[in-house]
Design a protein around this ligand. Structure first.
Ligand code: MSP
Length: 622
């Protein structure tokens, strides 16, 4: 029997799950449901990435121990998977003993192979990004908490596998998909590949898996996390389960974690002498309208709100239909409702209510004897057979949105067929022919429901139950003549757009629940007027100015990324606005106590200044 092993990324537990996490997990669920239907032996893995700085910081902020934090976050993900009807076979957490053991075993093997060495490294380290950064990156002003670090670390000889990796990618065209991502990786591999720092000294970070060969260090979170894919299937070449499922058919990932998966992971596997995954598939990002979803912009879509409002199947449907696999997609409430009303309420739902109403009216709610042998009826049957092969081909080539569209096109053609044949009129003259049309339409609807079942497992069940056809397969002819129909509710009640516009709160609640802050929260930001006393350039950083301001009786130093907009002289004496209770940060090795407010559009930036005789430094701003 063919096996199909599919993984999602393991999610960081530094925050609650959002639509991006939900998307990949639903995608994996849909694909594995299809493969299960095809009779394959499927293994679907998802889980949580629990080590590393991000998680440690999230726990610190909440004032709890990291493991305690993880134990509290894990149920939130599990609850979402349950609500989304995710049928995963395993849920791995990187703090589990089974994983810790495998990571240490692999580290030891790679170490014994001579692929790990110790070296002293000096460089700029971004605490927030958890990695060493280049001087150019440091100057960009995008990184906070930059430290100059000089320390001993362990390095994995990744560079040694650069050519074998390039060869592997070229010899296996399906290894990195879609094609443009493969080219991106090959482009990246044109430059010499460095070695990978795989340790963090415990003095700096202790929330991680201890190196088996040096207890003063923990493992770099990515070296730990990627290994989850082999832990879950029982890493051990002699384990029958491992032999059965590894290598994985696909690692599903988002485009932002392409390098870790298609460079770090394969080279790690090469060193551990394990086969590489057969495919790595990178999907795009969900944008909120046109913008990136981010907590600070307050536009992150919460999947739980959507499910509560519209039910799980429409959410699954929308996410799968709207995103072209490999490209970014834009989430808007308008497009959600449009899809819902047109595809689900009008096309699919309407076909069910038409067919079942007519069968109830003219055939005592029973499936008629035979199918339509008129030319139009034969076309529906032929297309009903064709669409199954087409959808399967699209699923196998990871074109889920196309597979859904093919099915919906078929549903639309059946609605057209009903309109052409008009069985409601026909019934007055020829009941036998009417029965045939309704049989063919019902059978076409049944096949469509089976095809949509992996995407919408709940509502398609209602369709199949209506025709007493639960468990019927994709082959044409699954309906049993004479079977009594069951009652059903409205499959997808139309969303009244006008009503929705009136109660606009609903929309803002589900699309951007974190967009609003209370007055008290706003008051937490301490804004004060401040007078610039001194300003100078920061050596070696083109964009930064070191500014000394007076805030009432107090003087403070602020590092600000405005050197391209203002000369130090221009700033002297200006009355600016400062956020005074911002957590101090070290930027380019210099402490910064606060932030200047500025207005920015494109390449223009202007500091917010206050004029007036009454104005002095240290005034509170409301
Ligand atoms: N823990 C790592 C993955 C380790 S896998 C061995 C990680 N976690 S994450 O929680 O930050 O992100 C998990 C996935 O969510 C990534 O694939 C990322 O691309 C995806 N998404 C995060 N935001 C997203 C959108 N707005 N849209 C779609 N997916 C996005 O990275």
């Amino acid at each position: 029997m063919n096996t199909f092993y599919l993984t999602t990324p393991i999610y960081y537990v530094n925050d609650k799950p959002h639509i991006g996490h939900a998307y990949t997990t639903i995608l994996a669920d849909v694909l594995t449901r299809f493969h299960r239907t095809a009779g394959e032996d499927v293994f679907f893995l998802t889980g949580l990435d629990e080590h590393g700085q991000k998680v440690q910081q999230a726990a610190e902020q909440r004032g709890v121990a990291p493991k305690h934090h993880c134990d509290e976050m894990a149920p939130r993900f599990l609850e979402l998977w349950e609500k989304l009807h995710i049928q995963n076979d395993d849920f791995i957490r990187t703090t589990e003993k089974r994983h810790v053991e495998v990571v240490q075993k692999i580290l030891q093997e790679v170490f014994d192979n001579g692929d790990i060495y110790e070296d002293e490294y000096e460089g700029l380290y971004s605490v927030s990004e958890e990695r060493f950064i280049t001087e150019k990156e440091a100057e960009s002003g995008e990184f906070r908490d930059i430290k100059n670090i000089k320390e001993k670390n362990y390095f994995f000889k990744m560079s040694q596998y650069q050519q074998p990796l390039i060869d592997h990618i070229n010899n296996n065209p399906g290894f990195i998909q879609p094609e443009h991502r493969k080219n991106e990786v090959l482009g990246f591999l044109k430059k010499p590949l460095g070695d990978l720092c795989i340790s963090r000294p415990k003095s700096r970070l202790n929330w991680g898996i201890e190196l088996p060969f040096d207890s003063n260090y923990v493992t770099y979170v990515w070296f730990d996390a990627l290994i989850n894919y082999v832990t879950a299937v029982g890493y051990n070449v002699h384990d029958p389960n491992f032999k059965k499922y590894w290598p994985a058919n696909y690692h599903l990932i988002g485009k932002d974690i392409l390098t870790t998966h298609s460079v770090y992971w394969p080279t790690m596997l090469m060193s551990a002498k394990l086969p590489l995954p057969l495919g790595i598939f990178a999907h795009g990002w969900w944008l909120s309208g046109e913008s990136k979803m981010s907590k600070s912009l307050g536009n992150v879509v919460d999947p739980l709100d959507l499910i509560e409002e519209y039910g799980v199947d429409p959410v699954r449907y929308y996410l799968m239909r709207e995103m072209v696999l490999g490209q970014d997609a834009s989430f808007t409430m308008e497009s959600f409702i449009k899809r819902y009303n047109s595809d689900l309420a009008n096309d699919f739902g309407n076909l069910l209510s038409r067919v079942s109403n007519l069968l109830n009216k003219f055939f005592e709610g029973k499936i008629p004897k035979e199918e339509d042998d008129s030319p139009e009826g034969i076309v529906i049957k032929e297309n009903g057979i064709k669409v199954v092969a087409e959808v399967w081909d699209q699923i196998e080539t990871m074109r889920v949105n196309d597979a859904i569209e093919s099915t919906l096109q078929f549903v639309r053609s059946v609605n057209k067929y009903m309109e052409t044949k008009a069985p409601w009129k026909m019934a007055k003259e020829d009941l036998n022919a009417t029965g045939k049309v309704l049989f063919t339409a019902a059978e076409a609807l049944r096949v469509s429901a089976v095809l949509l079942d992996p995407v919408m497992p709940n509502r398609t069940k209602v369709v199949l139950e209506t025709f007493n056809a639960q468990g019927s397969g994709l082959d044409w002819g699954g309906l049993t003549p004479g079977n009594k129909l069951n009652q059903h509710d409205v499959l997808f009640p139309r969303i009244d757009v006008k009503k929705l516009k009136k109660s606009n709160q609903t929309e803002s609640k589900s699309v951007s629940p974190s967009n609003v802050i209370t007055f008290d929260e706003f008051k937490n930001v301490d804004l004060q007027t401040a007078k610039v006393l001194r300003a100078e350039k920061v050596d070696g950083a083109d964009k930064l100015l070191k500014i000394e301001v007076e805030v009432g009786d107090e003087k403070r130093q602020i590092i600000s990324g405005i050197a391209q907009y203002y000369t130090p002289e221009e700033l002297l004496g200006k009355m600016v606005v400062v956020v005074t209770n911002l957590k101090p940060a070290t930027i380019f090795g210099i402490e910064s106590h606060g932030m200047l407010l500025a207005a920015k559009k494109g390449k223009e930036l202007t500091l917010i200044t206050i004029d007036g005789e009454q104005v002095s430094s240290g005034m509170q701003i409301y």
